[in-house]
Design a protein around this ligand. Structure first.
Ligand code: SPV
Ligand code: MN
Length: 620
């Protein structure tokens, strides 16, 4: 307390003291001493404190104001544009083993190293102390969080993305049950991006419910409450019997004013945000959900209250709601896109002509500029993003802040798959859905993580980057979750990326609106299906009617037959890949998993014996 009194002015000290929480005081004191900031600002939920942080992001030049009121732009280092999987790890003690698929690091030596990196790292800088709440306030889902960061950009972003938590802490009083995050961007280059990328670390310490993040700015590595808290929450849910998933939450409008809530898991850059923002439906969240069983139903909340969305490809036709939000006077942060001398932002896929020059994450940019390797640098980074509060959106669902969450009717899994899955298919059961849809999810890699793009990668539940527990245990938790439920949510697989023989996408971006209307009716048993070896697919007449109703499009029988063909060789190859993956890398894979995959294989073999490799739905 003496140390805090010496470093903090009276007002800031009072704000901490008023929480009446010794664990908070201790944690802040420890890192104030160790990181040695010149100044500490404690942020409550007051408008004044929040404005302070927002202004500091401009003053410290971590953000720059653009022409439209409230809009700012931030840049991460050219080599700090995605989640850094190589330097991110879950800390484990000697003898602990989470399996090959989870990046782990030795706890003792990693903590020693990160403490070295953090020593005096904030000298001359201002430390922001912030309190947030994951999930709605005053709810069984709420998890209070304490964030320490020397980046005003990070503190500002979290303000747009999360619910305020100072009052939540106050209500709870003297408890140590909260998540803790320590972030420092470290020394900065003249352009205000990180200098010491070699000391980039993102360490998840489950034992102390603490995450350390150093020498990086990119949101996926630094926003404590996003993917960092997600690891802590998965571990907490594992002990307490609930789930944390990499899922959107949305309301889908059905006939007679009905609304059915959907969850959807998609690897990064596979259409998750655009699904959550689908025309005609309502958004609860676009990235992370907590799921609990309450009174015999599955209920879910959006862990967040804002959106850190991919901006590439956002245009007025396909994404009218986001487009409008990005063109209105309101608080929002762009990152890693281009601005011109007129302070107007541009990105790949925006309506209209792209400018010939401007300024972005690689510095001054003119068309044709090349990077070190001689590759042309595009106008914006493919993983460039926008950060805004969901409150701004016209299609915001009224249940975003409902402490009881929403009742889940359906769960959807989808990846970037050019040749195997049909556009939409219902799983045969909860277990079949968990194993053969979610647990078998693969995706061609994207720019959301550093490294090669376009490689097919296994990504069960789209959660593989974020698991702090063994994969088999995680799959088993998902299987067990439906135990005791009379009517568990229906599970579906979708594929927005199916291509024809010449490499063209079979479906337009808006076609998914039809798939969701169809799934909504399935949840209520209002349409019939055809059974394939891998699930249940729509009947042509139902889709034809929905295409007309939703998109005013004539959906031809030929399109239907091509899109919904059972591609048996591809399906079998996929089963082989998935089985091999679990056999090799997941020693604790549940026996059910192999049983269900083998059963599916047998059904595919039988159908192939009757009808050959590619079976159109009219043969089923
Ligand atoms: C993702 O990549 O899945 C995101 C953005 O949602 S990040 O914050 O980088 O995780
Ligand atoms: Mn995500």
């Amino acid at each position: 307390m003496n140390l805090l009194k010496a470093k903090l002015d009276d007002a800031n000290y009072k704000k901490l003291e008023n929480l009446g929480n010794a664990a908070v005081m201790q944690f802040v004191a420890r890192y104030v001493e160790h990181c040695n900031p010149a100044k500490v600002y404690v942020t409550t939920d007051s408008a004044e404190d929040i404005a302070y942080v927002r202004n500091k992001a401009l003053e410290y030049k971590e953000e720059k104001a653009l022409a439209t009121k409230g809009h700012t732009i931030h840049f991460d280092n050219y080599k700090d544009q995605g989640r850094d999987k190589a330097n991110t790890g879950v800390l484990v003690s000697k003898g602990e083993n989470l399996g090959k698929l989870i990046e782990t690091l030795d706890r003792d030596s990693s903590l020693t190293k990160v403490q070295q990196i953090l020593k005096n790292i904030m000298a001359g800088k201002e430390l922001f102390v912030r309190f947030f709440c994951l999930g709605p306030n005053k709810s069984v889902f709420s998890i209070p969080c304490l964030q320490l960061t020397d980046s005003a950009y990070v503190a500002h972003s979290e303000d747009l993305l999360y619910r305020h938590g100072y009052e939540e802490f106050r209500r709870r009083g003297d408890t140590a049950d909260f998540f803790k995050f320590v972030h420092s961007q470290g020394e900065l280059l003249p352009n205000n991006t990180c200098k010491n990328l070699q000391d980039r670390r993102i360490l998840v310490d489950l034992k102390e419910n603490t995450v350390y993040s150093t020498n990086t700015q990119y949101g996926g590595n630094t926003l404590g409450l996003k993917k960092l808290a997600m690891r802590l929450a998965i571990a907490k849910g594992d002990k307490e019997g609930w789930l944390t998933e990499h899922m959107l939450v949305m309301g889908v409008n059905g006939p007679k004013q009905r609304k059915t809530y959907f969850l959807g898991a998609f690897p990064s850059l596979c259409g998750k945000t655009s699904t959550a923002m689908m025309i005609g439906e309502s958004i609860v969240g676009d990235d992370i959900a907590y799921l609990r069983k309450i009174d015999g139903t599955v209920r879910a909340v959006n862990v967040e209250a804002g959106m850190f969305g991919i901006i590439q490809g956002i245009n007025s036709q396909d994404d009218p709601t986001i487009w409008k939000a990005l063109h209105s006077e309101r608080e929002l942060i762009f990152s890693n896109i281009l601005y011109t001398d007129e302070l107007v932002p541009h990105w790949i896929g925006k309506d209209g002509e792209l400018p010939e020059k401007g300024y972005h994450h690689s510095g001054e940019w003119t068309k044709g500029k090349k990077d070190e390797k001689g590759n042309e640098i595009p106008v914006s980074h493919p993983n460039a993003r926008f950060t805004l509060s969901l409150n701004y959106l016209d299609n915001l669902d009224k249940n975003l802040h409902n402490p009881a969450g929403v009742e889940v009717g359906a769960i959807v899994y989808g990846g970037r798959d050019s040749d195997t899955w049909v556009p939409v298919e219902e799983a045969l059961s909860w277990n079949d859905g968990i194993i053969c849809k979610g647990g078998s999810l693969e995706s061609e890699t994207t720019a959301a993580t550093l490294g090669a793009e376009g490689k097919r990668e296994f990504n069960a539940m789209s959660n593989m980057d974020f698991l702090p527990i063994p994969v088999g245990k995680y799959i088993q938790n998902n299987l067990d979750f439906a135990k005791g439920l009379q009517n568990p949510p229906k599970i579906f697989g979708v594929n927005y990326f199916l291509k024809d023989k010449s490499g063209n996408f079979y479906n337009g971006r808006q076609d998914k609106r039809v798939w969701y209307k169809w799934m909504e009716r399935r949840v209520h048993g209002e349409v019939e299906t055809l059974t394939t070896p891998t699930g249940r697919i729509p009947k042509y007449e139902d889709l034809k009617a929905l295409f007309k109703e939703v998109l005013d499009k004539d959906y031809t029988k030929a399109d239907y037959l091509a899109q919904f063909t059972v591609r048996i060789p591809e399906q079998l190859a996929k089963i082989d890949r998935i089985k091999a993956k679990y056999q090799q890398d997941v020693p604790d894979a549940p026996a059910t998993l192999f049983k269900l995959l083998d059963a599916q294989k047998k059904r595919l073999d039988d159908l192939r014996a009757k009808h050959g490799d590619n079976v159109t739905p009219d043969k089923l």
